[in-house]
Design a protein around this ligand. Structure first.
Ligand code: ADP
Length: 188
């Protein structure tokens, strides 16, 4: 199995690149942000609780997201070629739980792909996206908060995967196709 973690700051292109990777390698997509936004839209108890954190640019609590991922992974078809985790893990605690879960299922993670983009470019991309995304967190104040949370709580996940020898850094600047070619070259 090819079990990839696509990683990087808000606006780095994780979602966009995930779609291309899935098409090429036939993987299943798990985006925690998307899963949570669906819950919010459906106004479920989980969604209402998650929205309190998301709209302020904070992370939702680890336990909540670990439950969501555990359920999703356990429902996978037996013939699944692999998974792409998008927006997860976002804390070292989540990473440790993911490793336990996947190793326990005999489906270990393959690699974390760290899409690197400067803060200046990230802010510009997110503000542009905010004009059409309708997302409550794509405004300047919340974007700054998300980048802050990313720097303090999420970047340590990089070191964790470096220590496992499952880490690849990719330059996230350039066209969608250029970035995808870099990722594909790494995966092959
Ligand atoms: P982006 O990468 O642009 O921030 P996402 O869709 O991945 O977009 O996430 C949106 C929001 O959903 C995050 O700011 C956070 O509040 C919440 N979220 C998503 N994934 C996680 C996670 N793994 N742990 C905690 N919170 C999460």
């Amino acid at each position: 199995m090819l079990n990839i973690i696509i990683f990087g700051a808000p606006g780095c292109g994780k979602g966009t690149q995930s779609v291309l990777i899935i098409e090429k390698f036939g993987l299943k997509h798990f985006s925690t942000g998307e899963l949570l936004r669906k819950e919010i839209e459906a106004k479920t108890a989980l969604g209402m609780e998650a929205d309190k954190y998301i709209s302020k640019g904070n992370l939702v609590p680890d336990e909540m997201i670990i439950d969501v991922i555990t359920n999703a992974v356990q429902q996978l078809d037996a013939d699944c070629k692999g998974i792409i985790f998008d927006g997860f893990p976002r804390t070292v605690k989540q990473a440790e739980e993911l490793e336990k879960l996947m190793n326990g299922l005999g489906k270990p993670t393959t690699v974390l792909i760290d899409l690197q983009v400067s803060n200046r470019e990230l802010i510009s991309r997110l503000l542009t996206r905010g004009k059409t995304s309708g997302r409550s967190d794509d405004n300047l104040e919340t974007i700054k908060k998300r980048l802050d949370v990313y720097a303090t709580k999420t970047t340590p996940v990089n070191e964790y995967y470096q220590s496992l020898n499952k880490y690849a850094a990719i330059d996230g600047l350039g066209t969608v196709e250029e970035v995808f070619e870099r990722i594909e070259a790494k995966l092959r």
